[in-house]
Design a protein around this ligand. Structure first.
Ligand SMILES: [Zn+2]
Length: 74
């Protein structure tokens, strides 16, 4: 059985990539953009007057990321 599997991988056949229609990608692109903007907000602006969540838990959780990306902090 293992010999037949290994012999198939050396047959030289070319595997064509599967075409994905744009309409199937749009929801994932929108989801990725929204998730990225949400992450950017929490890392870059979730503090002080622009804070949506009271307390310092979110600020402290993303604190190293904030400094790594060069956002002003303290
Ligand atoms: Zn800081």
């Amino acid at each position: 059985m293992s010999q037949s599997l290994s012999s198939n991988s050396h047959s030289g056949s070319i595997v064509a990539p599967v075409a994905i229609p744009i309409s199937a990608l749009v929801p994932w692109a929108i989801f990725t953009i929204v998730l990225s903007l949400l992450l950017l907000y929490f890392v870059g602006a979730e503090q002080g007057a622009t804070s949506l969540i009271s307390g310092h838990e979110v600020h402290e959780f993303v604190h190293d990321g904030r400094h790594l990306l060069g956002f002003p902090c303290h």
